[in-house]
Design a protein around this ligand. Structure first.
Ligand SMILES: [Zn+2]
Length: 69
């Protein structure tokens, strides 16, 4: 189901409606993509869990927003 326009939200099938799935896909895309580290400014930051981010480059762990830094 990942071939659908909704991307990662395709796992929800036909449920919840198109609008909601599009919203989810948008948020998940953001949270999974690499983010810029505020310390070494490299795009090596990954989301550990809600609000917790870790830089793969300088190993710093810091708090941020739940779905993006
Ligand atoms: Zn860093």
């Amino acid at each position: 189901m990942a071939t659908k326009k909704v991307g990662t939200a395709g796992r929800f099938g036909a449920r919840y409606g198109k609008k909601h799935r599009a919203k989810i896909a948008e948020v998940e895309k953001k949270q999974r993509s690499k983010h810029k580290c505020p310390y070494c400014s490299k795009f090596k930051v990954k989301r550990v869990s809600a609000g917790i981010w870790q830089c793969k480059s300088c190993k710093s762990k810091f708090t941020g927003k739940a779905y993006e830094v």
